[in-house]
Design a protein around this ligand. Structure first.
Ligand code: CUA
Length: 368
């Protein structure tokens, strides 16, 4: 560089100072912007705050690295660019610089080691059981294309097509899949884990008291045609409301299971009450998915959005047509919905009496 036959390049000490000043200003602006952006939805679990802090630390650590690399590249491109008349010149010979190489290997290694350690500490921290030892267990089962939730409350076991949680309490989700890999994600809680056939995966969430309200549940693993529709809602209630809900579920589930069980095929249509119960909760024994997991129907109080809204969809359909829609869902499809999303096994998982009863009840209540 110092040789007289080539133009002197580089900026010397003053140039380096210039780069440092620009780098510091750009880093400060970048960090300020990174922290000002609202990256995530509401933070409604005790895990969410720690994860958000981890994110902020990663932003603070990565912006200066990005700025350093960018500034050096931009200055190098400007200072060492080829000028007219230099087309046939070789650059000065370059040899390795051991000290520089040691520095640029050691600093990133230390940085990564530090960030990994911190992330590991956060991970073990959010996986810890709550200090109180009080924890609810909810078994989450994914299947194309809905989630169901199994509870054990007050000695009663029941399952629900809707996720209800009490505010201010801790819950451990045990996540399973009946078919392919899904991913159980509640963005407001920040937590997300794959539902893998054949194994149980788990995560815990400490629902914060202010979380009362509705939170999206999303499937975050491409799992088939209905993946985009595999969305449900987590309803966070006050502890008193939750216990009232759980008490109602526990009582209602027992008679319906009996009414819907195998061995009753010969009997006539099930009653309207039994049909409603079947619509809301499905039948665990035979594997019949709850209709309400995917369909909105105000008469049943369900809010699923995977399939057509039955308050609108079957307003004028006669029972016979509804029956076909249940047993052969792909025969005629409401526009906007794809084939293969609704389970096609209701002919096997429901008895004739259950299908007849459901169709009869839906003819009465749907679209009203
Ligand atoms: Cu289930 Cu995507």
């Amino acid at each position: 560089m110092e040789r007289g036959d080539t133009t002197t390049r580089g900026r010397g000490r003053r140039g380096v100072m210039q780069m440092v000043v620009i780098g510091v200003i750009a880093s400060a602006l970048g960090i300020a912007l990174g922290l000002a952006i609202n990256w995530f939805p509401a933070a409604d679990s005790t895990q969410a705050d720690k994860i958000d802090t981890l994110w902020d630390v990663l932003v603070i650590a990565s912006v200066p690295v990005f700025v350093l690399v960018s500034v050096v590249i931009i200055f190098a491109v400007i200072d060492f660019r080829m000028r007219p008349g230099e087309e046939h010149l070789d650059g000065p010979p370059i040899h390795g610089n051991t000290r520089l190489e040691v520095i640029w290997t050691a600093i990133p290694a230390l940085l990564i080691l530090g960030l990994c350690t911190y992330a590991y500490v956060v991970l073990t921290d959010i996986e810890d059981a709550p200090a109180s030892g009080q924890e609810r267990r909810v078994v989450v089962t994914g299947q194309q294309f809905t989630w169901t939730f199994a509870y054990a409350e007050g000695g009663r076991r029941f399952s629900s097509s809707q996720l209800y949680l009490p505010a201010g309490e801790s819950v451990k989700f045990v996540v399973r899949s009946k078919d392919v890999i899904h991913d159980f994600w509640i963005p407001d809680f920040r937590m997300k884990i794959d539902a893998v056939p054949g194994i149980d995966t788990t995560y815990r969430v400490g629902v914060v008291p202010r979380a009362v309200g509705d939170h999206d549940i999303v499937c975050a693993e491409l799992c088939g045609l209905g993946h985009a529709y595999m969305r449900q809602t987590a309803h966070v209630l006050s502890p008193a409301d939750f216990r009232a809900w759980a008490a109602r579920q526990g009582r209602a589930a027992t008679p319906a299971a009996g009414a819907g069980g195998a061995g009753q095929q010969a009997s006539g249509p099930i009653s309207a009450d039994q049909a409603k119960e079947l619509f809301v909760a499905g039948n665990q024994q035979t594997g019949a998915t709850a209709c309400g997991a995917c369909h909105t129907l105000s008469a049943a109080g369900t809010t699923g959005t995977t399939g057509p809204n039955l308050d609108e969809g079957v307003a004028d359909a006669p029972a016979a047509e509804i029956k076909t829609s249940i047993v052969k869902p792909d025969a005629e499809i409401t526009q906007r919905y794809a084939k293969g999303i609704m389970p096609s096994n209701f002919g096997q998982t429901l008895s004739a009496g259950q299908v007849d009863g459901l169709a009869k009840w839906l003819e009465e209540v749907a679209g009203k």
